[in-house]
Design a protein around this ligand. Structure first.
Ligand code: TRH
Length: 379
């Protein structure tokens, strides 16, 4: 049984949707599944509104799905600190808020929720405390893919919902019809969410020339310019449909997180990016390619390799090599056409492996549950 407590989650939107995507999902789950009282402080309501339609881009305070969403403006107006304070991804809490934590005289659990990484040092650093200059202690909470980490965000009923959806073709058809999509029987269904990426062209060439038809679904976003360029067009927008050889491309609107989950569940293969869509594609139980968020001095390649080493550990050399090569080509921006043909040779093994991986991750526990347990234990 969870102790009912108050939580303040602070989120700075650096760019894109990952920071708010993670914190919004976590906030909702803490409320819905653990009965917690959660305030989410976000500095960019316009980006939040893309994930949560119905959001006011100007309201200082609003409620969505039981979460109190507060606009975190540069002029801090003051607030009583919560029992648990999460600064997401090392964002800087307002100085006055830290002072209020100190002055409260209460025991407040202060956590920094870190970015996701499969690197092996994560297990050793997870949940370590660090003494702050003002005498308060801050803990570093690392999500991750191994037992000794904070796990991944996963709603309690997610796998059951996903399996029910994937086992009932009428649900899939209804979802796709909602976007005015009819998938040809036998066609391979693919989704594409990525940063700007020159490797997309080679992949589309390979799909066009394939013996089997493919249907590619692209929610609006940064990669669209590459798809447009490949099609010889100035631009693309939601609702556009184009056919080249064996490939049909449909551009979809940017959808809610729940709809995006269903899109991932529908597809035979998903191209995802960043942190959050990367996790959601793993819960889909289908093979994926990850366009990792590029970092300075190519630091992201270590992260990419660490994940691949873990993910491919129990897979035979043929399919493991095929997937690794495709991920390398995707992130290097070249060579994706040849790498894709090896993926197709190992489709069945890669499918089975993706499902096995999902269940292995479930066994590690989930981030919200681990946070609540950490708090209870700390008390
Ligand atoms: O948007 P991102 O590129 O976010 C990135 C990463 O988190 C990165 O680590 C971080 O440093 C950087 O932001 C600042 O990719 P990500 O993490 O996959 O977040 C996308 C979110 O958008 C995710 O919650 C899924 C959601 N989404 C929708 O809700 N609807 C959609 O149609 C699509 C395509 C995505």
């Amino acid at each position: 049984m969870s102790v009912k407590a108050s939580w303040d989650i602070f989120c700075v939107v650096v760019d894109n949707y990952g920071d708010i995507g993670v914190t919004w999902r976590l906030a909702r789950q803490l409320v819905a599944e653990h009965g917690q009282c959660v305030r989410l402080w976000v500095d960019d309501l316009a980006t939040f509104a893309r994930l949560c339609p119905g959001t006011s881009a100007t309201a200082g305070q609003q409620w969505h799905e039981g979460v109190e969403v507060r606009h975190w403006s540069p002029e801090w107006s003051g607030a009583e600190p919560a029992d648990i304070v999460i600064e997401a991804f090392a964002c800087q809490l307002p100085a006055a808020y830290i002072e209020a934590m100190e002055a409260s005289g209460r025991r407040i659990l202060w956590l920094n929720l870190e970015y996701l990484s499969a690197e092996d040092w994560v297990v050793g650093c997870h949940a370590l405390p660090s003494m702050q200059p003002n005498g308060l202690q801050k803990y570093f909470f690392f999500p991750g893919f191994e037992q000794g980490t904070g796990g991944l965000i996963r709603e309690g009923d997610l796998l059951a919902r996903r399996e029910a959806f994937q086992n009932d073709s009428t649900l899939r058809e209804a979802f796709l019809h909602g976007f005015d999509l009819n998938v040809q029987p036998g066609a391979r269904l693919l989704s594409l969410f990525a940063y700007e990426n020159p490797a997309v062209a080679g992949w589309l060439d390979a799909l066009t020339a394939d013996r089997r038809s493919s249907h590619l679904l692209v929610p609006e976003g940064r990669v669209l310019a590459d798809v447009a360029h490949w099609l010889g067009l100035e631009q693309l927008s939601a609702g556009d449909r184009h056919v080249r050889g064996a490939l049909q491309i449909d551009v979809l609107p940017f959808m809610t997180q729940n709809q995006y989950d269903m899109l991932l569940w529908c597809c035979d293969f998903n191209a995802v990016r960043g942190e959050e869509s990367f996790i959601r594609a793993q819960w889909a139980g289908r093979p994926l390619v990850w366009h990792i968020y590029p970092q300075e001095e190519d630091a992201h390649w270590d992260k990419l390799n660490a994940f691949l080493d873990l993910y491919l550990r129990d897979l035979a050399p043929g399919p493991a090599g095929a997937l690794r090569n495709f991920w390398y080509a995707w992130n290097a921006g070249e060579g994706s056409a040849a790498a894709w043909s090896s993926i197709l040779e190992h489709e069945a093994e890669l499918n089975a492996h993706a499902e096995r991986w999902t269940h292995k991750q479930v066994a590690n526990g989930d981030l919200a549950g681990k946070l609540v347990f950490f708090y209870t234990d700390w008390l």
